[in-house]
Design a protein around this ligand. Sequence first.
Ligand code: SAH
Length: 242
Amino acid sequence: MTRFFTDATIGVGGKLAISGEDFDHLRVLRPKIGETLELCNSEKRIVYTAEITDMSRADAQVTIVSKKKADAEPGCRITLMQAVPKFDKMELIIQKCVELGVSEIVPVLTNRTQTHPANAAVKAHRWQKISKEAAQQSGRDIIPAITSVLPFREALDSLSQYEHTFVANENETEQYARAAYQRASVQNVAIFIGPEGGFDKSEIKAMRDKGVESVSLGRRILRVETAAITAVILFLCAREEL
Ligand code: SAH
């Protein structure tokens, strides 16, 4: 069932209008009167089932038929520290990683990032919209934030808020991600993924100095987008969330 997000707190029998961008999205699905949809209040963690009772050209009227506790979120918090890749790859990464269950994505500018910082900043609004659509589509209880673009050094300075941090490193030969994730046994992590050219030596050293654990995603070199998705899946598997 398609999910929309709402700030409202309403009782069963209460009415609400879906308008604006959400209505545009709903209209594409060609809904009929009498059909139901879900409305999620992220803050209160409530999911409402609502029936469409009327539709105009500008909005849809819905009536709440039931409500329940929101329970689609994984028990762990994953922040993806993603070096901004070329072209539209960030969009794919955001879409897939939000579907899987990341809590937040931080676009990072590294030495080998080939996207101009200004271009990355311009995309911020679009990236947040992709996160919202992926959250709606996959039935998330929250819309994961895509933060503003951070230079690598600032990303490193923000790491104290995580219980543990990892970097997917294609040159790592000692330790596989899944085993490291299992051993660390933590619930709030940040995972760094490099750009097409990988992290350079100084960045790997700076991460190591900050206690970021280097992990391998296997003996084959993965493309950036495959690496991000794989790193998230492996963490969720290690936490038995997939
Ligand atoms: N150095 C290569 C590939 C970099 S892949 C090149 O020049 O093209 C881009 C990013 O994906 C890496 O920085 C790393 O974070 C991740 N990655 C890809 N394959 C990986 C692997 N086998 N193990 C760990 N990380 C990997």
